[in-house]
Write a protein that binds this ligand. Structure first.
Ligand SMILES: *[C@@H]1O[C@H](CO)[C@@H](O)[C@H](O)[C@H]1NC(C)=O
Length: 338
């Protein structure tokens, strides 16, 4: 792509949302190099009557009627579109050289992901494709944590610990017996009552239930679905926002302490066994003064969740305004999936 003439001097950013492994998995695209990229459509053709052709953009700006293949060429079952929101469903993407070549030199592609490596599939063809990374990992070019503590301001209402009628709660949707969190929970509940909600317990939680339950629990199990450095999600920030004390299972205590104060949470690793954790929680239940210590951080900070996607886009914008240099990310797969 190095010898392409520059037709257009304006650069824009292309943000890649790698949200669901399945949607990108089957797209082994290398769109920067190819004018027309064909993918294996066998599995999709069966379910969709139309083959979707995403035209990116209309060559020279002239659009076609979306159903014109039939009447014009007798080729049926084709749907032409320039609607980029169908990208994840399109069978093929047609890039018009002249309309994209000016960008190739200076446009940046940012790989964005919020899922842990266990819940997003490695895609070898993504090596050498992106320029920058945006994720929860602190060593991303653009770091976007799931949430953070920010300095308190005058608009923030003074904090009061919500009324409690439960000791420990857990809301969980994704349940697999091999998850570390599930094994820990199974053992913990042999030593104390855990109010468990969500799919696996036949207790569906609406948004409202969610907002009501968490504050009513003294402790909330902020158990991550997989254990990776910096993978500290809304499971931690929700109870911190809502006035419950998080009991965390995830990366090391040291890693958590890079995000939140040491005395604002309980780590399962602080105890040799789930039984010892249960004993500590029961002790705190009897000692209000000790319990309230976990809210000391509230004097100085409030917890916030990040806006999924929007915060990424804005931080990416900020980053590229300040960093205009050339950059290629060669080893995405090795970096992320190891
Ligand atoms: C972005 O990366 C691609 C390789 O994937 C490279 O061709 C392109 O020049 C890079 N752009 C910038 C501005 O670094």
């Amino acid at each position: 792509s190095g010898s392409l003439p520059v037709y257009v001097l304006i650069c824009y950013i292309q943000i890649f949302f790698v949200l669901h492994k399945s949607s990108l998995n089957s797209n082994q695209l290398s769109p920067k190099e190819a004018a027309v990229v064909q993918e294996n459509t066998s599995s999709r053709n069966a379910s969709s009557p139309n083959t979707i052709v995403l035209v990116w953009p209309w060559p020279f700006g002239y659009s076609f009627d979306s159903e014109s293949c039939g009447p014009t060429y007798g080729i049926t079952g084709c749907h032409l579109t320039d609607d980029r929101s169908v990208y994840g469903r399109a069978h093929v993407v047609m890039f018009h050289h002249r309309d994209i070549s000016g960008l190739v030199m200076c446009q940046r592609w940012v790989w964005m992901n919020m899922e842990s490596p266990d819940f997003s599939a490695s895609v070898p063809s993504m090596d050498n494709l992106f320029n920058l990374t945006a994720s929860f990992r602190r060593d991303s070019d653009i770091w976007v944590p799931y949430g953070q503590l920010v300095g308190i301001s005058e608009e923030d209402e003074p904090f009061r610990i919500p009324t409690k009628d439960k000791l420990v709660c857990w809301i969980v949707s994704h349940w697999k017996s091999e998850f570390k969190r599930v094994q820990y929970f199974e053992e913990l509940r042999q030593h104390m009552e855990v109010n468990a909600y969500g799919h696996s317990f036949g207790k569906h939680m609406s948004d409202q239930d969610f907002q009501a339950v968490i504050p009513s629990c003294k402790f909330y199990l902020s158990f991550e679905n997989s254990v990776y450095k910096d993978y500290i999600t809304e499971k931690l920030f929700n109870p911190m926002i809502m006035g419950s004390v998080p009991v965390v299972l995830g990366p090391s205590r040291e890693n958590y302490e890079e995000f939140i104060p040491a005395d604002s949470f309980i780590h399962v690793d602080d105890f040799k066994t789930p039984k010892e954790l249960a004993e500590h929680l029961k002790l705190l239940d009897q000692n209000q003064e000790m319990y309230e210590q976990y809210f000391a951080w509230r004097k100085h900070f409030v917890a916030r969740r990040s806006d999924f996607g929007l915060e990424h886009a804005c931080r990416i914008c900020d980053h590229i305004k300040r960093n205009k240099g050339y950059r290629v990310f060669k080893n995405l797969n090795k970096w992320y999936w190891g």
